[in-house]
Design a protein around this ligand. Structure first.
Ligand code: C2O
Ligand code: CU
Ligand code: CU
Length: 425
């Protein structure tokens, strides 16, 4: 249903039996009974109202649209629970073009709920971006990458005991294990989302050819960036072009996970993610402009203060600045419109933490005092903080006031309890 400014959607969360592995049924918890949930496509300048109905899950939910500057009451606050048999209407302003996603955020149960299937993509477009000659339509393809572990009977194995990260040995892309996609000899745009609950990847192509990065969490990058591989933390989005015209028909291009044995998330079980089979010639009228968007960087000199956040494990808990989650806890009260620098610090112990801020997009100023990786440009809302790394990010607080969460997006860490909140005054 739509009116002049608003589009209305209804999404029912329910359990379903689906065939993921051939010949086996897997119980999932899905938005509209599917996982990933339906992709919502929206335009800037229009509002969405999504009614999320908690039908038969038997557990409370809270739905967060990750990457949207929603008002606090529609942000999927971890303790704003919708119980089975109830629904909640969420209002979304669609303030800028980007590839974002919705997922469950229920307190202490996010990892399980997302793992069981409660995640979906949400794409916002604007006219400026649509006017660019980038690949469109069927050549603009979402890739939601998740790892799962299955029992022999097909059921999903989730074990939250010991607060350990969950690394599955089967990679699903858009819900399909190790899929194969037929492609034409032309350019494609891919919108990759790491929807895994713990695993980070290093994406690369078996051919050694580069990805042309054109977008990150908060939308298009200022200009295209060519990289041979990139680190891909949980909840991050990277958009890239692969130009298949350089391969002869019959070529199989494999999207690989090149996490290395010295990486914390390496287990050697998930080296292949999916493959592209080049099957036909096709005219290609798309191109990649050398400038993708106008971009005004925030400067460190504009910041009115710096805040420090330390992510670590102490006394059997994941903590931020020494403390677990508490709804009364507020770490940081930026004034509306203030530009601040946040220094995110992981003091080691054998873990990496993809840190996520709700509400705002930030730029990375530096990583361990050096320039960020070439692909970490533009507006981001997840910042991969590796062991002993210190990442400084800069952002402007708005467009809303109120309390918003920040947390590690390894959702197992988030649940136990590497999460706090800030309040924009
Ligand atoms: Cu994607 Cu607070 O979450
Ligand atoms: Cu978020
Ligand atoms: Cu973490």
């Amino acid at each position: 249903r739509s009116d002049s400014q608003t589009d209305y959607y209804e999404i029912t969360m329910r359990k379903a039996q689906v065939e993921i592995l051939p010949g086996k049924l897997t119980e999932i918890w899905g938005y509209n009974g599917i996982t990933p949930g339906p992709t919502i496509m929206q335009r800037t300048g229009r509002q969405s109202v999504v009614r999320f109905i908690n039908n038969s899950l038997g557990t409370p939910t809270s739905t967060h649209l990750h990457g949207m500057a929603s008002l606090p009451e529609y942000d999927g606050y971890a303790e704003d629970l919708t119980f089975p048999g109830y629904y909640k209407d969420y209002y979304y302003p669609n303030n800028r073009a980007a590839t974002i996603w919705y997922h469950d955020h229920a307190i202490h149960a996010t990892a399980r709920n997302v793992y069981m299937g409660l995640a979906g993509m949400y794409i916002i477009q604007d006219q400026t971006e649509l006017d660019l000659p980038l690949p469109k339509g069927q050549y603009d393809v979402p890739l939601i990458i998740q790892d799962k572990e299955f029992a022999t009977n097909g059921s999903l194995i989730f074990d939250d005991q010991g607060q350990k990260s969950q690394f599955g040995d089967v990679i699903l892309v858009n819900g399909v294990p190790w899929p194969r996609m037929e492609v034409a000899r032309r350019k494609y745009r891919f919108r990759a989302l790491n929807g895994s609950i713990s695993r980070s990847y290093r994406l690369a192509l078996n051919t050694g050819d580069p990805f042309i990065i054109i977008g990150v969490d908060g939308g298009l990058t200022p200009a295209p960036v060519e990289v041979n591989s990139f680190r891909f933390g949980t909840a991050e989005r990277y958009e890239f072009i692969i130009d298949f015209s350089k391969y002869p028909i019959g070529t199989r291009v494999i999207l690989k996970n090149r996490s290395l044995p010295n990486n914390l998330d390496y287990d050697g079980k998930t080296n292949d993610i999916m493959c592209f089979d080049v099957v036909r010639d096709e005219a290609d009228d798309s191109s990649i402009p050398s400038q993708l968007r106008t971009f005004t960087p925030l400067l460190a000199s504009q910041a009115v203060r710096t805040r420090e956040f330390r992510y670590e494990r102490t006394n059997g808990q994941w903590v931020i600045n020494g403390k677990t989650w508490n709804a009364n806890r507020v770490d940081g009260t930026p004034q509306f419109g203030d530009i601040e620098i946040w220094r995110l610090y992981n003091n080691g112990g054998g873990w990496f933490h993809p840190i996520h801020l709700h509400l705002i997009d930030c730029q990375i100023l530096d990583r361990n005092g050096r320039k960020p990786f070439p692909y970490e440009v533009g507006w981001k809302d997840v910042f991969y903080v590796g062991e002993n790394e210190s990442v400084r990010v800069i952002g402007k607080f708005g467009p809303n006031t109120g309390k918003y969460m920040q947390h590690c997006h390894n959702t197992v860490h988030e649940d136990h309890d590497m999460m706090t909140q800030f309040e924009v005054l």
